[in-house]
Design a protein. Sequence first.
Length: 336
Amino acid sequence: MKAAIYLGKENVEVRKIPYPACGDNDVVIKNICSSICGTDVAVYCHGPNTGHKVSVGGEFGHETVSRVVEVGKNVTDFYAGERVYPYPLYAKNDTGRAGNLGGFSEYILVPEAKKNHSLYDVPENISDRLACLIEPFTVGCRAARRGQPKEGEHGLVFGCGTIGLAAAIALKYFGMDKVMICDLSDFRLDIAKRLGFETCNSSRENLNEKAEEYFGTAPALGKMTMDVDVFLDAAGHESILDTFMDAGKIGSRFSAVAVNNAMRSVDMLHLTYASKSIIGSGGYFPEDVRDVMEIMASGRWDIESVITNEYTIDEIETAIRMAADAEHALNVVIKF
């Protein structure tokens, strides 16, 4: 079978490797579509240890939808031809393999396969292209949930990549009244507008003024400010936390999902007096998978529109470089 092998910074090679041997309790799946994650882009552009734990010399890719092609003799939960979403954390029976699942390989061995644990059924009314976005959308859904959204509240999302858009959609799904997305790319913000979101390009628009005009105002410590309940960071720039500390209203929450290892100082007295919260969001849980499938199956948003480019596995390096270009691409997929 063909498999993309990660060899380090700006170095991926498509090789022929052995088809996996299916044990008595195992399942072999064939990938249909796989999405390129921002962490795949990071390790390609910057080298190992800059994104997911992607091993040099190994398979990688973890955002995929697949079809069962072989089941072990003891397996009763799955059948050949069944379309499934492999849950990266558990699909290899090794949580350390989440980033090395093999989404950029033709086939994946799922050892000791378990229904709704390592593999989830994908509803028929979710297309193949849409289904390969289940994994990044679960990450965005978890970040939205961690922000504790309530009916009628307002949300401000920083970052208009796949996870930022997923978080914005989830905030609306959870009942928020108004959600704005902030980014520097007009190309990506145009997609957000078509999905029904208010947008702000903070490179040329005053975020505070636009947010106050859209959301209205509410009390902060010693002043009035934008009436935003949840600030959600899916971009990772250090200025975003500063914006929350300066412009967050009393009782507002900050949910951080972007990968950012910078050490920060926080004014705890301000945080205490303003009853504000800073919340981290990493990964996702089965409840997020269920919610994302409901969101996708509802047809309320044209989520497939976030996919802007499609390539074959032989074009994997071109595809990753395109995924890194925020002015010309949003989500990029590999079609097998």
